[in-house]
Write a protein that binds this ligand. Structure first.
Ligand SMILES: [Zn+2]
Length: 407
């Protein structure tokens, strides 16, 4: 929601005038920077830790080996954007835990991702290690590592962690929208466990031992601090942004949490969603959710788009801009340095709420361009695009080897 859309723009133009004239004279021009962004996107490994393709296709099957009409991801657009390794989200909605069908759903979604690689072996390949990602990227293949969103499929049995490791799962988001048997959710006010459950504490240890990255996105603040106490390897936030820009919203990470995450070597992968990076949009979408709930429509139902558009027209609020995603990245960099941040878009999981200039997987160069405008070096871009995440993943692999050899 931009109440005074022109005012900041005018200030920005005035404030920016001397530097932009200067940069045109002395530094690289706009077209040059844009071309450099495209080149870097294709030269460096881009890892995106949260892409909801399986969930999207479960609702409506499409052939992602060719350009699709809907959705944010398909092979041609991923290639255009320079994407190397989108983590396929094995998303299990909260309700499945009670029904006892969480494990079955996870298996179905993993089967779907496995089929992408067997159906189109010249385009996609499963990745279960950092070396898989590097080797497949060299061959021009798009790697499909997998992360499980919601630990519900563990179903109270630690043996299921090994089971899902063997099926290719390399991170687990401990919970999703509700408290589950592992830990509390940032969206749930019940505070069932005041953080991690006793079983959840064992889950973190066993994930460390197996080499599955612990994902702290979605979990409550209490649970986050308990994970940080317990974990013997760095952790990731697979798709969270900075609470600095959305004050009071527990789903995003506070500065204190980002500092602690970085201190322990972890990485925050910035969520691209307009409501994650822009407070006005966030507050407006809260209002829209109230309307949707009144009409018994789920936020990710296609029917919801109509309500969102109508609300946008009536209230004159616009999507966030790609530059605000860059601002979130830059906030982390200013807090803790360039080694602890990356991309966790949430593509295909956000409905119609992506920022202008960042609508699908072909747009990574636009985001890189925004970072170049901020003065990021090629080396900085390389880290943010994928090397930070690969470093953490590699440290998790090493920690698991150490722990297993100690037995
Ligand atoms: Zn999520």
């Amino acid at each position: 929601m931009r109440l005074f859309p022109l005012l900041p723009l005018i200030i920005l133009l005035i404030a920016d005038a001397p530097t932009s004239v200067l940069s045109r004279k002395n530094g690289p021009g706009d077209d040059e920077l844009k071309a450099r962004a495209v080149k870097l996107a294709h030269n460096y490994i881009i890892v995106d830790t949260h892409v909801d393709v399986p969930y999207r296709l479960r609702k409506k099957m499409e052939n992602i080996s060719v350009r699709t009409e809907g959705g944010n991801f398909d092979y041609p657009r991923a290639k255009e954007g320079g994407l190397d390794a989108p983590f396929m989200s094995i998303y299990v909605p909260a309700g499945y835990e009670k029904k006892g069908t969480a494990k079955a759903l996870a298996d179905t979604l993993i089967d779907m991702v496995a089929a992408f690689a067997t159906d189109w072996p010249d385009k996609f390949a499963i990745a279960t290690s950092v070396s898989d990602v590097r080797a497949q990227s060299k061959k021009g293949l798009i790697s499909l590592p997998m992360g499980m969103e919601n630990g519900a499929p563990i179903s109270g049995d630690l043996a299921n962690l090994k089971y899902f490791y063997d099926r290719g799962i390399r991170y687990i988001t401990l919970t999703h929208s509700k408290d589950n048997h592992i830990c509390d959710s940032s969206y749930d006010t019940t505070h069932t466990w005041r953080g991690l459950s006793p079983f959840g504490k064992k889950v973190v240890k066993e994930m460390n031992r197996l080499g599955i990255m612990v994902d702290v996105s979605h979990i409550s603040d209490d649970a986050f601090y308990q994970v940080m106490e317990l974990t013997e390897a760095p952790v990731i936030a697979s798709h969270s942004s900075c609470r600095f820009f959305t004050p009071g919203w527990e789903r995003n990470m506070s500065d204190d949490m980002i500092r602690l995450l970085a201190k322990k070597g972890g990485v925050i992968q910035i969520n691209f969603g307009s409501s994650f990076v822009n407070d006005e949009y966030h507050r407006a979408s809260d209002e829209v959710y109230k309307i949707l709930r009144a009409h018994h429509i789920e936020w990710d139902d296609p029917a919801a788009d109509e309500y969102i558009k109508k609300y946008q027209q009536e209230h004159k609020f616009d999507y966030a801009d790609v530059s605000e995603v860059a601002d979130n990245i830059d906030h982390v960099v200013k807090l803790v340095g360039v080694d602890y941040v990356g991309f966790g878009s949430d593509f295909d999981g956000l409905g119609d709420s992506l920022p202008n200039g960042l609508k699908d997987v072909s747009f990574y160069p636009t985001l890189i361009y925004e970072l170049l405008k901020k003065g990021y070096s090629d080396g900085d871009i390389r880290k943010v695009c994928g090397e930070n995440l690969l470093r953490v993943w590699s440290e998790v692999e090493q920690a698991a080897k150490r722990m297993q050899s100690m037995k």
